[in-house]
Each structure stands twice: as C-alpha cells, then as structure tokens.
Design a protein around this ligand. Structure first.
Ligand code: NOJ
Length: 516
C-alpha cells in the first residue's frame, strides 16, 4: 500500500539503514548505488520496514565514504543521479516505504567549492570565515580529531583550519549566516523532491566556542567516535540548539517529515535538550550499543534511554556502520548470533522508533578484513592501531554460494566479501522458518499489527538473577530475557515469538521470548 498521510509515523517506525555503498550494485562497478536499492525494494517491503535511512550519496571525493560532501544538492556519479534518486523515492513511496537521507551540517569536503575558494582567497578573507581558520606558528589549541591526530591542519600560507574528523572534512563556522542559509537550501531541495526526513550527522557538533578553549588532557585521551565526555569543548555547545530549531522550522512546513540526530552527549538531561518540541523528533543514543549482553546492563541502558526521551520518543539501535556489529560484540560464532537474536526481540518489544542496520537481519558479523583491503580514514589516521569500521560495511549477500553473492556482477567488490557467507544470504534464509531473517520478519509484523504493542510505557517485573522481564503497559506484551547460564521459567502467558525454542517450557540461556 502506498505511503499514507500520518504526522506521527516516525514515533513507532521501523527504519532500515541502507549503507548505500554496500547494499546493492546495479552497474557492476563493485559499489552499491541508488538503482541497486530500487531493485531491492521488494525485499524491503517483504521485510516490512516503514522507512529507509540512506547514508550520504551526495557528490563527494569519498575521503570518508560520502561523509565528506562536496555538493550536498547533487548525487555522486558513483551512486547515480538526481533522476535515479527521484525514481527511487517514487517507487519506495508506492510500496509504502518512506525515504530519509543523511544531512552533514558539521563539515564539508575539502573539495567543496567554499573550501576551495577559502584556500585560494588567503588569510583573513571572507571566504575563510565560513570555516575555522586561525593564523599562528602552532595549532590554535590542543583539540584532537575523532579519527586520531590533531584536529588542525596547516596550509602552506600558514593558516590552520579545524577538522574534528579527517583533514578532508573541514568544520563549518556556524556563526557565519551563509552556513545556515545554505543548509536551509539543502533541506528544501530534498524536501521538495519528496524525502520524508533527515538523519543529522554529528548533531551535537556544529557550534564551537569562539575562544576555542583547550580540551582537558584526560578527555583527549578517552575521546573517540561515539564516546561522550561530560566536559568536551568540541561538542554539545548550546549554539547547536539554534541549528536544530532552524531545521525544525523548515520541516514543520512539510507535512509528515522528521529528523533524527546522531547525538553523543553525556547524561540524559543533556540528551533530552535535543528532543524539545521545537528541535529534533528523534535522537540516536548509543546506550544499547555500549551495553554488554547482561540483563542488568541492558536494563540500565533501556531505563536511561526511556528517561532521556521521557517527553519525546525513544529511539533504539543495536548496530550501524560505525560500530562492531552486535552479533560480533556479543560473542564468537553461534553464541554471538543467539545473543543477537535475543537482543533483537528485546529491542523490538520496546516502545518508540528503531533502526535496523542493513545485514543485521541476516545475522551478519563484523569481519576482520586483511589490511590490504582496509579503506576507513579512521584506520589510516590511527596509524593503523585500530582496525576501523570497514569490517562492519561489507556488502550485503543476496543469493548464490560465492562472492559477490548477487550484490554485484563483479567479484571485485569495494570491500571483499567472505567466502563463508553462503548460508547467510537472503536467498538461503528467506524460506527457512528458523533463520534470523524470518525472526526479523515475524518480529516486525507482530510489532506492526499485534495490539499487545500498544502504549508507550514499560513496567519491570521481578526476575531471576541474570534475567529481566518487562511489560508494555498499554497492550500487555511481555518480553523476558535470559542472560544467565541456566534455563529459567517463563512468565505466564501465551508465547508470541521466541529467539530460541523453549526447552521443557523454560527459557534457555542467551534467549528472549515474547508473551501475551
Ligand atoms: C558520523 C558518521 O556516522 C560517520 O560514519 C562519519 O565518519 C562521521 N560522522 C563524520 O561525518
């Protein structure tokens, strides 16, 4: 059924993150693209997702695989063109799937015409005022880049410029009104083309204190992607909220649209500020990503996320393109997969919006790639001390028994695909009732259609050590998780779905169950 008008759709939506390079390749260059996504919309419809989040497909030299944007209002030829984007949106809408896209307001590419002009125009020029340029013999302060090394690079003319990420990603100066005006143009450009919303990259990053104070040395040590520190002058400055209010104002003029921010800040109260009624609709937090597979840790993550979103809508995520996939985080081989399936039921039982990262519905692990294959700037900038994020970005296996598993027509995919992924393809799992893909399909369908999922509150039951059980107060769904080493009795009720078969009526270790 085509997309229906609904101003609240995002409050309970199942979003599906498409890492565009890795989803489906239509033209045989080994890199995923927009036509590839369009060719797989039938699968996404079958899976039952409500909306897509497409990672950046804009014109980019790809220093950070698209998070370095050279033209935010055009499609990079490697992914297609505007006409192909329009077709994708139209067909997705026809199938009842909304389309949201990434927005990167904190920085541009060093190949963006503004930065090119700033380099040419020289020190003190108005062109340099759109970024953070400072003169001096030394970097203006001790800030580090999230990818490692200093956050400042020097041009041959002596000026330093700020980049919280790679040197190819100079930070914009949001005190310059041209920057906000340009973002508004970008928002309207895509909204007029029919997008349903935006995922805002580094949503806590845009504003910086004019005085550029040093970071506390202890914060410098512990800082990195998705790590939040209470006192970090690089992030969560009050000025970011003005940016979100501006974005919200624009969105409010387009019915049924929304924005979700990528927010890594310390503390529920700071987080909640981003979700005030005139700011973002949703905010990713990484509490579930950070929690070990331990009932107490997971419960704490859930409670704190619910607390932070007490006046808004909680948003859940277990994996994305920046972190180790949860199958791999939770343990080796089968153990990791069992636990991941259990956590899927926990996540899908919660009220609010949730994000699936492409391939997690197939139980894909993060793969240790050979060094020759690694491309992530984080790996390069860390002096090769960290493995980077490529292992979580391997193309999706669709069918067949060997690479590229229907992802492309060339086996020379942008990241190599493992030889042992034949059992993980969509084709191998689709008809198998016990597969992880079937678990996701059932879970999504129940979540969308069963009355037990009504309401926005959860209440906790007493449970044996290493276990928890909560109940959706409105509809009455019960979800129980067992992270202990022994089977435990399940709460009374009829089983709706289980991540593993119950054994003699008991919930086995590393498993979760839904009951009504
Ligand atoms: C967060 C994105 O998720 C990540 O992939 C990117 O490298 C940084 N922001 C910089 O844009």
């Amino acid at each position: 059924m085509p997309v229906q008008a609904d101003g609240q759709w995002w409050q309970h939506a199942v979003f599906y993150q498409v890492y565009v390079r890795s989803f489906a390749d239509s033209d045989g260059d080994g890199i995923g693209d927009l036509d590839g996504i369009r060719s797989r919309l039938g699968y996404l419809e079958l899976l039952g997702v409500d909306a897509l989040w497409l990672t950046p497909f804009f014109t980019s030299p790809m220093a950070d695989h698209g998070y370095d944007v050279a033209d935010p209002r055009d499609v990079d030829p490697v992914f297609g063109d505007l006409a192909k984007f329009d077709l994708l949106v139209a067909e997705a809408h026809e199938r009842g799937i909304r389309v949201t896209i990434d927005l990167v307001p904190n920085h541009t590419s060093d190949q963006h015409p503004w930065f090119v002009a700033a380099v040419e125009a020289g020190p003190g020029s108005p062109e340099r005022d759109r970024y953070w340029f400072r003169p001096g013999a030394y970097p203006p302060n001790n800030w580090t880049s999230i990818f490692g090394g200093p956050a400042w690079s020097q041009l041959p003319d002596g000026d330093w410029y700020l980049h919280l990420f790679a040197p190819e990603q100079p930070d914009l100066n949001w005190a310059n009104p041209e920057v906000a005006a340009d973002l508004e143009r970008t928002l309207r450009f895509w909204l007029d083309r029919g997008v349903d919303g935006f995922r805002i990259d580094v949503a806590h990053g845009m504003a910086k204190p004019e005085s550029l104070p040093d970071m506390d040395p202890s914060v410098r040590e512990g800082s990195g992607l998705l790590h939040d520190n209470a006192v970090d002058p690089r992030f969560d400055n009050d000025g970011v909220h003005e940016v979100h209010r501006m974005i919200r104002k624009v969105l409010d003029g387009y019915p049924d649209t929304m924005a979700v921010g990528e927010i890594w800040v310390k503390g529920d109260d700071r987080f909640a500020r981003y979700l005030r009624p005139d700011e973002l609709h949703l905010g990713f937090n990484f509490r579930l990503v950070d929690a070990d597979f331990d009932a107490d840790a997971v419960r704490l993550a859930i409670e704190s996320s619910m607390h932070a979103a007490a006046d808004s809508t909680p948003t859940w995520t277990l994996s994305n393109h920046d972190v180790v996939r949860h199958v791999t985080r939770y343990g080796d081989g089968d153990l990791g997969l069992r636990r991941a399936r259990a956590m899927t039921l926990v996540e899908f039982a919660l009220p609010g919006a949730l994000y699936i990262y492409n391939g997690e519905e197939l139980g894909l692990p993060t793969v240790e790639l050979p060094e020759w294959a690694l491309q992530d700037p984080m790996w390069k900038r860390s002096g090769h001390t960290k493995r980077g994020r490529d292992g979580s970005r391997i193309p999706v296996p669709w069918e067949g028994t060997e690479p590229p598993y229907g992802f492309s027509t060339t086996a020379n995919t942008w990241l190599p695909m493992p030889l042992e992924w034949a059992p993980l393809t969509v084709e191998a799992q689709l008809e198998d009732e016990d597969s992880t893909l079937s678990l996701y399909r059932h879970a999504i369908e129940l979540r969308k259609t069963h009355p037990a999922f009504a309401g926005t509150e959860v209440e906790w039951y007493g449970a044996p050590a290493g276990c928890f059980a909560f109940r959706r107060r409105g509809g009455g769904l019960i979800c129980a998780l067992n992270t202990s080493p022994a089977p435990v009795p399940v709460p009374p009720g009829e089983v709706l779905l289980a991540s593993e078969p119950l054994v003699d009526g008991q919930l086995p270790p590393d498993a979760a169950v839904w009951l009504v």
